[in-house]
Ligand binder design. Structure first.
Ligand code: MSP
Length: 647
C-alpha cells in the first residue's frame, strides 16, 4: 500500500504562521501514521512563488523578486524541522523542473484545443489574483479582501473549464470520498449547480512579468493557479519519473477551506484536460482564529509557530492543534487553551501515568519488566480497552478525525490511571503473598505504556521517542514502531530493563499577561535526578510554595448543609473568624470536629458552594480503603494560637 499526501504550497508573501503550521503538522502526522501502518509514503510541501502579490511584497521590501522569494521560501523550509515535520520533498514553483513541466502541460492542453485566446473584461481582485463575478461581491467589495475589485479589459488565454463541468459533477457524485468532510463536498456541488465559466489562465507581460512564460505566446505569463496546482505532479517526477507511476494514483491533497475552489474545480478539470486520472481525495479543514478573531497582520495577532515551540515545546504544539481542532470546523487559538491542554492532558494525565508506573517498576522491581502470571479475568477490562482504543485509533486517524483518535488514546490513559488507584501497587508491595499480583499489575501498566507510545508516535514523535527509550526500546523496534507487529496485547518481554528519563511534560506554571499575547513566566524545568524513583517528581520553585498562606485554624462551629451529602459549613478562627465549606461530611460528624485545630490554605480565592461563600480550604490526607475514598484531616499535634503560620 502507498500514500501520497500534499500540503498547499504556501505563498511567500507572508511568513509561516499557525495556519500553515497546522496543515503541515496534519500532513506530517498522517504520513507518520501511514508509515506506522506499514505503507510506503510520499509527503510533499513547498512554496508558491509567482504572481502579482509576490511582486508587491518584494516591492514593499525593496528587493528584486528572486532575492525575496529565496529568503521567504527558506523561512518555510527551515520552520518545518522545528515542528518535527519531515517532508520527502520541498518544491518551489521557481524550480527549473517545475517551470519546464508547466510549459509542457500548457502546450499539450493548447494543442488539444482546450486553451483559446479571447478578449475579456471583468472585475479583478489583486488579492485573490482572479476575476470575481458580480454575485460574489459583498457591498461592492471582494468578500475575502474587503477591497473593491478593479475593472479590467484585456486580451488573454482561457482554459475551457466549462467543457468539464458535467464530468466533474458526475465524478464527485460517484465518489463520495473525493471531497471531505461532506460539508465541503456539498459546497462544491452547490457551486457546480450554476454554469461554470472558462478560466483565464494568462496575464499580459505589460501587467506582470514575474511568472512562467506561455510556451505558445511570449507576451504572456501563466496565471499563478494554473502554475501552482501542477506542483503536485512535478514534485513526483511527472511525466516519466518512477515516483509518478507509483504515487499519482493515490494522491491525497490537504488544504483549508480558503482554497477549496481551485482544488475542487480548477484542478480536476485541468487533470481531465491533460488526460490524467484525478487525485483520490481532497481533505479540507477549517480556519484557526485567535481568541475568536480572524488572525491577521493588521490586527497584529498573527501566531508564529517558532515562538510556540520555544515557549511550550514542539510536542505540546502538535498535540494541542490536533486535539483542539475538529477537522473541517474552525477553531480558536488562545495561550490559555494551549497551557490548559499541556497541564491537564500531557503533564497530569499522560506524564503522571508514565511517571507513576515506571517509578513503581524502579522502586519495587529495580527497573526490570516483571513476568505477569497469566491473563487474569480481573484485568480483562483493561486489555479490552486497549484493543478498543487501537481499533478506534486506526479508523479515526485514517479518516482525518484526529481529535477523536486522541480522545480514544486518552480514555486508555484515564483507565490506566484508575487501574493504579484501584490496584494499589504500594499496598501489594507490602504483602509477600501478593508478589505475583504486583508483577501482573506492573506488567499490565507497562504494556499500556507501550501501546500508548506506539499510537502517539505520529502525533508527538519527540515525546513518544522518549517514552520508548524509558521503556527500554530502540526507537525503531517494531513493538513500538508498527501497528501490525506491535498492536497486540502482551508482547512486552519480561526481564527487559527500563531506562531512567526526565519528566515527559513538566507543568507550565504562571499565567499569560493581560493582553494574552506573551507568556510571562517560565516553564518549571525539573532537572534530571540521579535517583530513578525521584526522576519523575514534578518539582516546583520555592517561590510558588511561598505564595501559599498555610495556617492553623480552630474549628468553632459546624453545620450540615441542606441538600448536600458531602459538604459541611465550618466556622473557624484563623485568627479572624471565617467560613469554610468543606467536603468532609461523609468522613466526620460535626460534633467530632468542634475544637479541632486543622491546617488551612488561607489565601484561596473565595468560592461559592451551595450558595455559601467559602474562604479557604482545609487540608486532609486522601486515600482509598477497599476502593472507597477516605479522608483524614491534618491536625497539629499540640495546641497553638489560632492563625499561627504553617511553614
Ligand atoms: N499558494 C496558495 C496555495 C497553492 S496550492 C497549489 C495559497 N497559499 S497560502 O499561503 O495562502 O496558504 C493557504 C493555506 O495555508 C490554507 O489552505 C491552509 O492550509 C493554510 N492556512 C492559512 N491560514 C490559515 C488559518 N488561519 N487557519 C488554518 N489554515 C490556514 O493559498
Amino acid at each position: 500500500m502507498t500514500t501520497y499526501i500534499t500540503t498547499p504550497i504556501y505563498y511567500v508573501n507572508a511568513q509561516p504562521h499557525l495556519g500553515h503550521a497546522y496543515t503541515t503538522i496534519v500532513a506530517d502526522t498522517y504520513s507518520r501514521f501511514k508509515r506506522l501502518c506499514g505503507e510506503r509514503v510520499r509527503f510533499q510541501t513547498g512554496t508558491d512563488e509567482h504572481g502579482d502579490k509576490i511582486v508587491k511584497a518584494a516591492e514593499n521590501e525593496n528587493v528584486p523578486p528572486r532575492q525575496y522569494v529565496d529568503r521567504i521560501s527558506a523561512q518555510f523550509r527551515d520552520t518545518w524541522p522545528l515542528l518535527q515535520v519531515e517532508a520527502d520533498h520541498f518544491i518551489r514553483t521557481t524550480d527549473a523542473e517545475h517551470v519546464a513541466v508547466v510549459r509542457a502541460i500548457l502546450q499539450k492542453v493548447y494543442d488539444s484545443g482546450d486553451i483559446y485566446f479571447d478578449e475579456y473584461s471583468g472585475l479583478y481582485c489583486r488579492g485573490c489574483e482572479r476575476y470575481l463575478t458580480e454575485k460574489e461581491l459583498v457591498d461592492g467589495n471582494c468578500p475575502d479582501h474587503q477591497t473593491p475589485p478593479q475593472e479590467i479589459a484585456e486580451q488573454n488565454y482561457f482554459f475551457r473549464m466549462s467543457r468539464y463541468q458535467v464530468p466533474l459533477i458526475e465524478h464527485i457524485r460517484n465518489n463520495p470520498d473525493f471531497i471531505s468532510p461532506e460539508r465541503y463536498r456539498n459546497e462544491v456541488l452547490a457551486f457546480l449547480s450554476e454554469p461554470l465559466t472558462d478560466l483565464c489562465i494568462s496575464r499580459p507581460k505589460s501587467r506582470l512579468t514575474w511568472g512562467i512564460e506561455l510556451p505558445f505566446d511570449d507576451k504572456f505569463v501563466t496565471y499563478v493557479w494554473f502554475d501552482a496546482l501542477i506542483n503536485y505532479l512535478t514534485g513526483i517526477g511527472y511525466p516519466d519519473g518512477q515516483d509518478f507511476q507509483e504515487f499519482w494514483s493515490v494522491a491525497e491533497h490537504l488544504i483549508a477551506k480558503d482554497i477549496l475552489k481551485p482544488h475542487a474545480i480548477y484542478w480536476p478539470t485541468m487533470l481531465m484536460a491533460m488526460g490524467l486520472p484525478l487525485y483520490q481525495k481532497l481533505h479540507v479543514h477549517g480556519y484557526w482564529n485567535v481568541d475568536d478573531t480572524k488572525m491577521s497582520k493588521s490586527i497584529g495577532n498573527v501566531i508564529r509557530p517558532k515562538e510556540l515551540v520555544e515557549a511550550y515545546g514542539v510536542d505540546t504544539l502538535r498535540y494541542f492543534t490536533l486535539r483542539e481542532m475538529s477537522f473541517g470546523l474552525d477553531s480558536s487559538f488562545s495561550y490559555e487553551a494551549i497551557v490548559a491542554r499541556h497541564n491537564a492532558d500531557l503533564a497530569n494525565d499522560l506524564g503522571n501515568l508514565f511517571s507513576r508506573a515506571t517509578t513503581m517498576v524502579w522502586k519495587y522491581r529495580a527497573g526490570r519488566i516483571p513476568t505477569p502470571s497469566g491473563a487474569s479475568e480481573e484485568d480483562r477490562p483493561l486489555r479490552e480497552a486497549a484493543q478498543a482504543m487501537l481499533r478506534e485509533y486506526r479508523q479515526t486517524m485514517a479518516e482525518f478525525r484526529f481529535h477523536l483518535g486522541l480522545q480514544a488514546i486518552w480514555e486508555l490513559v484515564g483507565l490506566a490511571n484508575k487501574y493504579i488507584v484501584g490496584n494499589e501497587p504500594w499496598a501489594l508491595a507490602k504483602d509477600v503473598e501478593k508478589t505475583e499480583r504486583l508483577d501482573t499489575v506492573l506488567y499490565n501498566l507497562l504494556e499500556c505504556l507501550r501501546l500508548l507510545t506506539l499510537t502517539l508516535r505520529p502525533i508527538i514523535p519527540g515525546a513518544a521517542a522518549k517514552m520508548a527509550a524509558g521503556l527500554g526500546f530502540d526507537a525503531d523496534d517494531m513493538l513500538v514502531a508498527s501497528l501490525d507487529k506491535g498492536g497486540a496485547w502482551g508482547l512486552l518481554a519480561p526481564g527487559g530493563e527500563l531506562t531512567a528519563i526526565s519528566a515527559l511534560f513538566p507543568r507550565i506554571e504562571g499565567k499569560t499577561d493581560e493582553s494574552g499575547e506573551k507568556i510571562k513566566e517560565e516553564r518549571s524545568q525539573s532537572k534530571k535526578q540521579k535517583d530513578p524513583v525521584m526522576a519523575e517528581v514534578d518539582l516546583v520553585d520555592f517561590h510558588y510554595f511561598q505564595k501559599l498562606d498555610l495556617r492553623v485554624a480552630e474549628i468553632i462551629a459546624v453545620e450540615p448543609i441542606k441538600n448536600s451529602k458531602k459538604l459541611l459549613q465550618i466556622t473557624v478562627l484563623a485568627p479572624e473568624e471565617r467560613t469554610i465549606v468543606a467536603g468532609i461530611a461523609e468522613h466526620y460528624r460535626p460534633e467530632e470536629l468542634i475544637g479541632s485545630q486543622v491546617v488551612i490554605v488561607a489565601n484561596l480565592k473565595p468560592a461559592k458552594l451551595m450558595g455559601i461563600n467559602s474562604h479557604g480550604m482545609i487540608l486532609a490526607a486522601k486515600f482509598l480503603v477497599d476502593g472507597k475514598e477516605k479522608l483524614v484531616l491534618s491536625r497539629v499535634q499540640e495546641r497553638v494560637a489560632p492563625g499561627c503560620k504553617v511553614a
